[in-house]
Design a protein around this ligand. Structure first.
Ligand code: 5J7
Ligand code: CA
Length: 476
């Protein structure tokens, strides 16, 4: 993702290379009979040992990444601990004792005094009605033990957890389930956070914050309540873009001309956007079946290409593992499956093949040539307005980013042949979708921009990837 104009950021080094990682703290181990991905969203303590490794390995990763300019953003699960049905014992990733029945978490420690159950007014203790803001914030989300975030003690424990991560060198946080926390409680905790570690960041740099608030409209809680704390996830983005690229509901790419606020999204300066995430790539959650994923690779690359070329929001690219889907009555009953793992439960290594793709069922979308090159495109055009919009009224569109880059899509079932005004300096450019610039040549298609800035684009409807992107850093 890039971080243009995020209010919480002053450091230009926040801009480009970022990695959002899974929750690194201790969580419940669920064997049902195999470990699901979502166990990492059920904390047991704030010790840094998880399925991804030990504290020592975490520190080593952060140090090595920071040293090469790849900054780490931690998924922070602070609304709750494990589910109330989690039992008692040491079935946790660092072996800390807990008892979900008595709400005792010895690794923090938390006791029953640190949870919200007394405050929740529903009969079941669960969130029953998303129209009631008190239920959504003070009751249990699908049985998860809900922390009393107004308590000094709880705030202190969470702030210490996040400050420990900051001291290790992390650059920011995704705040999981933010809709289920009061914005004022989040503000209080953020106010306790230290500046980033000056071994890698300039003095006074604040952590980058983005809050997970699923607001598709129609609920009592609005994403706008969270703007004061940092960026907010815009879940309408991937849901709507999926419909457009799939051409569902009569949508066409030409309708993307006013993409962004014009589609009812939050202001660009507040938004964290993505085509899919770890939750909705599994066919449930916000967006339902319209969400594009690596399973629909050709459409997915178009969606990611559009997102990365378009100036709206701070963008995030997903990186996944493959699992075998099994649809029963339209639902994937394998939506719980965890990462590629060995029979002892350990996670398989992310191996890198000779062609730079990943092995062991890791998909590594971020390494796909088309996606990697569009991240470079985004960085190249950073700060430039959207210019030279063109469309055919249907599913062929093109637009530029000032005099830095230009992209053309043909999502029709017919071939495209159009001469368009790119706004780019004259010259020969490498298409960074069908190939890239290597040395003094293009490995894929070449595009010639005339002295007037125009260029001819021919895109077959059956092309492997029916879009073309050129930018000034891929000019011969
Ligand atoms: C929260 C929302 O505000 C929301 O609008 C939404 O669509 C989903 C959630 C949600 O957030 C979670 C955050 C966590 O840290 C841990 C969690 O377990 C959840 C979570 O479960 C969750 O909702 C699940 O997914 C929705 C699509 C369903 O409508 C919910 O019922 C719920 O589904 C539950 O998933 C099942 O009811 C339960 O039986 C099952 O054990 C549980 C498995 O856990 C997950 O699927 C975890 C999802 C998850 C979603 C996230 O957005 C997230 O950031 C982290 C985890
Ligand atoms: Ca809550």
């Amino acid at each position: 993702m890039d971080g243009r104009s995020a209010p919480a950021m002053t450091n230009p080094r926040h801009r480009f290379e970022k990695r959002h990682i899974s929750p690194p703290n201790e969580n419940i181990v669920i064997n049902s009979p195999w470990r699901p991905w979502y166990e990492r969203y059920q904390p047991i303590s704030y010790k840094l040992c998880s399925r991804s490794g030990s504290e020592q390995q975490f520190r080593d990763m952060v140090t090595r990444c920071n040293n090469v300019g790849v900054y780490i953003y931690v998924d922070a699960v602070i609304n709750h601990m494990c589910g109330g049905g989690g039992g008692a014992g040491t079935h946790s990733t660092c072996g800390s004792y807990f008892n979900a029945n008595t709400k005792e978490f010895s690794g923090v420690p938390y006791s029953n005094l640190d949870f919200n159950d007394g405050k929740c007014r529903t009969g079941s203790g669960e969130i029953e009605n998303y129209g009631d803001i008190y239920q959504v914030r003070d009751c249990r989300l699908v049985g998860l033990l809900d922390l009393a975030l107004e308590k000094e003690y709880v705030r202190g424990k969470i702030a210490a957890f996040l400050n420990n991560l900051i001291s290790i060198g992390v650059a920011g946080f995704r705040l999981d389930a933010s809709k289920h926390m009061w914005p004022g409680d989040i503000a209080n905790i953020l106010g306790r956070l230290n500046n980033l570690n000056t071994q890698w960041f300039p003095g006074g740099t604040r952590p980058f914050i983005f809050q997970e608030v699923i607001d598709l409209g129609g609920e009592a809680i609005s994403a706008s309540e969270y703007y004061g704390n940092g960026r907010v996830t815009e879940f309408k983005y991937g849901a709507k873009l999926g419909n457009v690229i799939r051409k569902w509901n009569g949508e066409r790419m030409s309708y993307l001309k006013n993409w962004g606020e014009g589609w009812g999204f939050m202001p660009s300066s507040r938004a964290l956007v993505f085509v899919d995430n770890h939750d909705n790539q599994r066919g449930h959650g916000a967006g339902g079946t319209s969400i594009l994923t690596f399973f629909d690779a050709r459409l997915y690359k178009m969606g990611i290409g559009f997102m990365l070329a378009h100036p709206y929001g701070v963008t995030r690219v997903m990186s996944s593992y493959r699992w075998t889907r099994n649809f029963v009555n339209g639902k994937d009953v394998n939506d719980w499956i965890g990462p590629p793992s060995n029979s002892d439960g350990s996670t398989k290594a992310v191996t890198i093949n000779a062609d730079s793709t990943c092995g062991n069922e890791w998909v590594c979308e971020h390494r796909w040539r088309q996606i990697k090159n569009m991240v470079i495109f985004r960085n190249t055009v950073d700060g430039q307005a959207l210019t030279n919009w063109w469309d055919n009224g249907g599913n062929q569109i093109a637009f530029g980013r000032g005099n830095r880059g230009y992209i053309v899509f043909n999502n029709e079932s017919s071939n495209m042949d159009a001469t368009l005004n790119t706004g780019l300096p004259a010259g020969t450019y490498c298409d960074v979708i069908s190939g890239q610039k290597e040395g003094t040549r293009c490995t894929g298609a070449q595009i010639t921009v005339s002295s007037s800035g125009s260029a001819r684009f021919t895109i077959s409807s059956s092309a492997e990837d029916p879009f073309v992107a050129i930018h000034v850093n891929a000019k011969l």
